[in-house]
Design a protein around this ligand. Sequence first.
Ligand code: ADP
Ligand code: ZN
Ligand code: ZN
Length: 819
Amino acid sequence: MYADVVLPLSLENTYTYKVPSDLEHAVVVGCRVIVHFGKKRYYTAIVINLRDKSPSSTFKAKEIYAALDDKPIIRRPQLRFWQWISDYYLCKLGDVYKAALPSGLKLESETMVMAIEEFVAEEPLRKNEQQVMDVLSGFVKLSVSELEKHTGIKNVVPVLTSLITRGAVEVSEEMKRGFTPKQETFVRLTDAYENEVRLQEAFDSLSRAKKQELMLICFLDLSHALNPALRMEVSKKELVEKSGYTVAVLDGLVKRGILEYYEKEVGRLQRLVCRTESLRELTIAQNNAYAQVLDAFKTKDVCLLYGVTSSGKTEVYMHLINETLKLGRSVLYLLPEIAITTQITERLAKVFGKKLLVYHSKFSDNERVEVWNRLLKENEPMLVLGVRSSLFLPFKDLGLVIVDEEHEPSYKQQDPAPRYHARNAAIVLASMHGAKVVLGSATPSIDSYYNAITGKYGLVELSTRYEDIELPEIIPVDIKELRRKKIMKDTLFSPLLVEKITQALARQEQVILFQNRRGFAPILECALCGWVPRCVNCDVSLTYHKAKNQLSCHYCGYTYHLPQVCPSCKGTNFKMMGFGTEKVEEEIMSLFPAVKTDRLDFDTARTRTAYERIISDFEKGKTQILIGTQMLSKGLDFGNVSVVGILNADSLMGFPDFRSHERAFQLMVQVSGRAGRKTKRGTVILQTSQPDHPIIQMVPLFDYKGMVNLQLAERSMFHYPPYFRLIVIVLRSRNEGALTQLSAVYADKLRSKLGERVLGPITPPITRIQTFHVKKILLKIETTAAIAPVRQILHAVNLEMHTYTYFKQLLVHYDVDPL
Ligand code: ADP
Ligand code: ZN
Ligand code: ZN
């Protein structure tokens, strides 16, 4: 028997190995095996196909080294999904595998190694090898990473490989999963004492051991041990904490044979969930929307729910989820990375209790493995709240997928491959399960909206906010004019914005200030000669961060000291151009020194706890003013914000990208949506130097459809999505000459087959990133055209390019449907 396997490498799609006869029962499709590949390295591979015969008579397949699972850990529909991602996004199956599995399941470093007892060295062992053998002799087995720790050898794999070849060590077959379930110690009455009479005797015997007596009482209180209806499990930790006595006291009770310890595996997941509420009743408008979604599902698989901010889309989702679970099918609820907060998690947990699983990239790997295993084991339908990578979880039977904030660009994976769009991939995944999809947004992506108005998707609108709270009043302020008239000098705040903030604070209301740039100033410039510090690795200017007093590159993360003198003219005077959130915060603190402010951006919210702390302080009113980047715009629901300031709309619209106006509109409307309270209409001050710009005119009217019509007209004229499909070939190299030459050759070859559809090579606005020069070739393919032949051409041309010697100095990847 032979097995086709996927390796976690960006090479060919599959490799064939021989299944040794003793493993024939163990090796099934979807399980993990250890194979030898390339320069004597071992990898965890996934079996995706079994066959009787070797694919070729000339090729001699290597044998599978070990099997890791007795049951598949990947289900067949998942493998089909992997294949689709790899075909559509033009990447290797190995890239998909790497993205799909939490590293705890890939376990290269978790591989267990043990010494072979009867080994006799024919040649003396080398120093490293002897070290490993010495360490191993003290253990039954050790994982690769433990070995690295114990021996101090940085990369022990090559040493192990040579030891394996020499027959000194072997890889344990029942390899440990990279994951240890969490064990906890619990306490219970021993069988002997589990009745009133014996317990009374126990108390009598304790009359001179007061602490033990009180601890036993505390245990009985917590556990209701004698009342089966109320009985609760009590952990050792909890008992010690609640009783206030030490472990020694508890040990005393165990010694007397009254209590005993037992170990139990506790899921880390259990702690959050507790079902306390039933579904809320939908309003008439929400109920209409709900019915319309169900109606659309009769003829369509995807439905776009276009509902203004705070219209109660989440409530509608919850009713749909409930119905799906009742049918015995699972639900996947996708949110962009940063939008998964305790807010939404608690809201769902209250209603769905233990059925809720959360899959977040900021969770530890063990927690992610736990979700994975739960889904493999569980027969009950589950609700998974997750970020884009949760598409790869082993769902058994999905009935519904919700993509909330479907317009969010962060649904697209940028680097590394697979560069997939989670919304679009979700639709494909759903169709593989026969599931329905709801896309939800207050500002749908033009792509989705176009699919809805052309009848591919259903379209349901929810245009009133819950409790008929009015949409905020958005007031554009012309800052160019104010600057010209010298009314606004050396300040980021127009008088109107200052006035509104002052009033809000006086009424104990909160304020949000939005500037989509972090740091203090994006450009530092020599006042004398105009020299600007730039990154050595990238072709960009450096951003000044005042708190750390350093310059940093937002493309490679490199940080620099602030120059004392200008290297070009020795001048000592620098001026700042533009501004970021740090500067907004500084000015706010000087304008309102008594007010508590906080900042929410990539610098302050690096970890999940930091992020949630900032959000929760603002929710609880500990902070009055929250300043932030686009992180503010995502799915947050604050009750007391009455004023929102957009400090500089121009910086949102200026990007040389066909989506920049769509994106600017979405950001402004989303941020504005944070304003407004139950009783009162909110106010948004929109500062701009282009008050006549069509986008600035549309935002105050919430004229989404106007924006779409304008954009669609432009896109159809200039051959952009949704009328044309874009594929970008990104070429990067440190060798600029080779890059320039070969990208031109590459584009010409493509042009000879695809004609006018090929544009470029184009030099992007940032010509060098992380020391690599960049060129792009852009393909615009009619959406009506078949894509398979295009893929064949791309593949063939890529192969042809490999005949050029210098081509191997180029890194090439595809970006399909780029954002
Ligand atoms: P959206 O997802 O459209 O932005 P939400 O579902 O978050 O809107 O609703 C906004 C607020 O209104 C939330 O605080 C929510 O609890 C409340 N709300 C919406 N619909 C209802 C309802 N039917 N019953 C009770 N509260 C509701
Ligand atoms: Zn200078
Ligand atoms: Zn850089």
